[in-house]
Ligand binder design. Structure first.
Ligand code: NAD
Length: 350
């Protein structure tokens, strides 16, 4: 039996814990804001050490989704879900239970795949709720589109920092040769960029290095290696007090969510002359892709690819705002994203 309890969290519309002792489900769903539309955000399965750690993560991720959707110009709010558990021990019953949990939000939260959950898991969730995106036969796996968005984002960052969007001869250090990192690296290599890659799974790094004609770097060296661009494509927190002083890259642009360990690290990057392409602007491609399923007329890949250019254009606007205001790009992105939410709130109150 699924037991749902609300966790009061200031600044969030609704945060709930779902526990089902029969299926072993222990999960949290966080809805940050639905002013622009229902909160769409992936379902992450991770072996969190504690519920507090999971709560911190899901809150940050849900908030990030509000900004991501807003910046991308989508009529969506921000939400996210996390399941506390061992990715190797996931079961069908657990995802059925999770489907009931998602359903309890009555459409306020729409889920999709994320780290350690797959399209097949979403198909199980779909047996219990219609509020799920990214299904096979529709928009499907978002990773290639996320990678394309990262590539467009990198071109914008290169234009801003190096004076040219051409990636030929640019060395990019990729942290994480997973679904997004590998496609992103491939796109860069096809344009003549040089790839350095690290992954905790050495075989993934080796395969990507071979495919792109690049080189493998140790996971402890990838953040300090000599390169032009550092691309975090693994998990969050890569940019922190230890790593930022070691960075040789002049640009940071990658797919991972929550790359800055703390907001102040955005300021630190700016002080060191590193251009940070804010993560939730860069990695919006997957969201733009899933959103297309819900748009009138249904999923349309051509429309998705056209919308994707917004990532490049938005970044150029954010870089300009940061330059003109003398603020870090992370703060500029927050301001840029907040504006649409504030406008919508003002309209609904009028
Ligand atoms: P993935 O699980 O396929 O790939 C992540 C890779 O990083 C794996 O190969 C893993 O072995 C590696 N890794 C983990 N820790 C590492 C470390 N410390 N050093 C080096 N490598 C490490 O995930 P993905 O779908 O490619 O997503 C990557 C990141 O992008 C995640 O942070 C995810 O939240 C974010 N993101 C993904 C999408 C998407 O469409 N998949 C969309 C938006 C954001």
């Amino acid at each position: 039996m699924l037991e749902i309890t609300e966790i009061p969290v200031e600044g969030y519309e609704k945060v709930c814990r779902g526990i089902d002792s029969a299926t072993g489900l222990h999960a949290i769903i966080a809805v940050h804001n639905t002013v622009l539309g229902p909160a769409l955000g992936g379902m992450r399965l991770w072996p969190f050490e504690s519920e507090q750690e999971a709560l911190t993560d899901v809150k940050r991720l849900a908030r990030g989704m509000t900004y991501k959707a807003s910046c991308a110009g989508l009529d969506l709010g921000g939400g996210k879900s996390v399941i506390l558990g061992d990715p190797a021990a996931k079961t069908q019953a657990m995802f059925e239970s999770m489907g009931d949990f998602v359903e309890s939000f009555g459409g306020k939260y729409i889920t999709a795949e994320d780290v350690n959950t797959k399209v097949e898991d979403m198909a199980v969730v779909r047996t219990r709720t219609v509020h799920v995106g990214g299904l096979a036969g529709k928009s499907g796996n978002p990773s290639p589109k996320t990678a394309w968005g990262c590539y467009l984002g990198l071109k914008a960052a290169a234009e801003e920092k190096f004076g040219s969007a051409d990636l030929n001869g640019v060395t990019v250090a990729i942290e994480g040769a997973g679904s997004v990192g590998s496609v992103f690296a491939d796109l860069i290599a096809k344009e003549g960029g040089k790839i350095l890659v690290a992954d905790i799974r050495p075989e993934s790094a080796a395969a990507l290095a071979e495919k792109t004609g690049g080189s493998v770097v140790g996971v402890d060296q990838i953040r300090s290696v000599e390169c032009d661009v550092f691309a975090p494509c693994a998990l969050g927190g890569s940019l922190n007090d230890e790593t930022i002083p070691e960075l040789k890259a002049r640009v940071v642009c990658g797919a991972a969510n929550n790359q800055l360990l703390e907001p102040r690290h955005g300021v630190l990057l700016r002080e060191r002359g590193v251009l940070y392409a804010p993560d939730y602007v860069v990695n919006a491609g997957g969201l733009i892709n899933v959103y297309s399923e819900m748009a009138p007329g249904g999923y349309d890949e051509e429309r998705v690819m056209a919308q994707m250019d917004k990532i490049r254009l938005n970044l150029l606007k954010i870089f300009r705002l940061a330059r003109e205001e003398g603020i870090c790009t992370a703060v500029a992105a927050d301001r840029f994203g907040e504006q649409r939410v504030l406008d919508a709130m003002a309209r609904s109150e009028a």
